[in-house]
Design a protein around this ligand. Structure first.
Ligand code: GLU
Length: 506
């Protein structure tokens, strides 16, 4: 590594919600930056006004916040290379495009959109480049005089890169190793549009240069653009400062056939976006991991494992550990299949791992959503500790813990009634009387007293424990029944037994 300060960037276009692959790109950038004490920059690439979607930038910022991957420099945090929104840097790009024209690396093209459409219709596999540029309306085919006239008349035009003939562009990808492209295969991409806005290709190079980016991680889908970017770095005379590239492997559909898309999520019933995304243009709501009840820690953990491992069997990592352990030579070149069951496993593991204190605000919100207001914080923490091993997604806390806050509204009578006897009614009445006198609600003590009492009454304890559970919980689930009794407390336990006996005996 050189001694330059590491600077990486996530450079999304604000066109909609963030696909989980986008967040993985953020994560890899972030881990690399933090590992080398570098800076992580968020730059909003909003030069394509036709694809701009209201709210998408706020969504991206919220998403980074939720994940705890906050940028050191961004449109909101500011920084030494502001502005970080490309639309606000518009005036900056033209001079570079003009310089490229002057030096023969780019040219003006005056073709109208209609003319280009006609070509695309008439010529199979039409590409604006090598094969056709001489026969189109641009500063290569036209005389200098004609070009000057067109420019003086303010004729709408774009600036295109002139891809060299029969060349080969090679670079060393940090993940893939040497990658090379034939220049003949690449078309003359537009660099500056007729409205004066740069295209992504020009803006990404200029800004990576001006913002002193040293390493760039982005999705594999950007690999075909790399030769254009490489040539621009060279033509602009900045080759020595070019960042090192890493194109991250694709996240694949569960069956491994092709890139995981938003549509796959809808089809297979799982989220593909980080958070709910409401598209103001279509009115469509795309569900997200956050709203489904994923913890950000679990979300990052499952993302990092899509394409990386530390070479051992360890699967659960904190962000701190990842910063320490992340290394590029353990990032795979092959695409990673997405497995939703495995994603849920990560969440369950993280719910187990986190303390009740850190889960409490989220559990409180889940309960409040269902009308349960938690008044006693200490009690909530005890409840969380008792039930968290049974929760996979955050909303599971409702089902698993609601009965700690309110009496069951109904009982799983089918589990109890068919085997109910008068002897059981008598037993529970007597047990209630016994409980009144109990001073020690320790589960172990409660259990042994209950069992001894059952024996005394000549009923198998095993036949009484399930009814007791249903009395306290409403159903056949939950932690150890005497743990539940202890938490509910004596009065509440008695009240629930009395109420339920009346129902079962009926
Ligand atoms: N603006 C591109 C995007 O939307 C960034 C690609 C890159 O990182 O170069 O993802």
């Amino acid at each position: 590594m050189s001694d330059k300060k590491v600077r990486v960037r996530f450079a999304p276009s604000p066109t909609g919600g963030l696909h989980l692959g986008g967040v993985r790109t953020v994560l890899f950038n972030y881990l690399f930056a933090k590992k080398y004490n570098g800076d992580f920059i968020l730059r909003i690439e909003d030069t394509d006004q036709t694809r701009y979607v209201e709210g998408a930038e706020e969504y991206i910022l919220d998403c980074l916040k939720w994940c705890g991957l906050e940028p050191d420099e961004s449109p909101v945090a500011g920084g030494p290379y502001a502005p970080y929104r490309q639309s606000e840097r518009k005036s900056l790009y033209r001079e570079y495009a003009e310089k490229l024209v002057r030096e023969g690396y780019a040219y003006y093209a005056f073709d109208t959109p209609e003319e280009l459409d006609k070509n695309r219709k008439e010529i199979p596999n039409f590409q604006y480049g090598q094969a056709y540029r001489e026969s189109l309306r641009n500063s290569i085919s036209l005389s200098e005089h004609e070009v000057d006239q067109l420019l003086d008349a303010k004729t709408p035009h774009v600036i295109r890169i002139k891809m060299p003939a029969d060349g080969r562009v090679t670079f060393n990808d940090m993940i893939r190793g040497p990658v090379s492209f034939e220049t003949n295969q690449v078309d003359d991409k537009v660099l500056l549009k007729a409205d004066g806005m740069p295209t992504y290709h020009l803006a990404v190079v200029v800004d990576d240069y001006l913002m002193k980016i040293t390493h760039a991680f982005r999705g594999e889908e950007w690999l075909p653009s790399a030769p254009v970017h490489l040539l621009l770095w060279e033509y602009l005379g900045w080759k020595a400062d070019m960042p090192q590239w890493a194109h991250l492997p694709l996240i694949l559909k569960p069956d491994g056939h092709g890139k995981l898309s938003k549509r796959d999520g809808a089809r297979l019933g799982f989220p593909v976006y980080a958070m709910n995304w409401f598209d103001p243009n279509t009115g469509e709501l795309t569900p997200g991991f956050r709203e489904l009840g994923f913890l950000p820690e679990a979300f990052l953990n499952l993302l990092v494992m899509l394409g990386w491992n530390d070479g051992t069997d360890q699967e659960i990592f904190t962000l701190e550990e990842l910063i320490h352990k992340f290394s590029l030579d353990r990032v795979s070149k092959a695409g990673a299949k997405f497995d939703f069951e495995k994603a849920k496993w990560f969440n369950a593991e993280w719910i187990k791992k986190l303390s009740a204190e850190s889960l409490a605000p989220k559990v409180k919100a889940v309960l409040a959503d269902k009308g349960i207001e938690v008044a006693d914080e200490a009690y909530l923490l005890q409840v969380i500790d008792k039930v968290k091993d049974r929760c996979v997604l955050l909303p599971d806390f409702y089902h698993q813990s609601a009965y700690f806050f309110r009496q069951p509204a109904e009982y799983d009578v089918n589990a109890v009634k068919p085997k109910w006897t008068e002897a059981k009614t008598d037993f529970f009445h007597a047990y209630v009387a016994k409980l009144q006198a109990v001073t020690n609600m320790e589960p172990v003590a409660l259990e042994s007293e209950f069992k001894a009492f059952a024996e005394e009454k000549g009923i198998k304890a095993g036949e009484l424990l399930l009814p007791l559970r249903v009395m306290l919980v409403g159903g056949k689930f939950g932690p150890h029944v005497f743990d539940i009794a202890q938490l509910l407390g004596k009065e509440e336990t008695i009240s629930r037994i009395e109420k339920a006996v009346a129902v079962f005996a009926n």
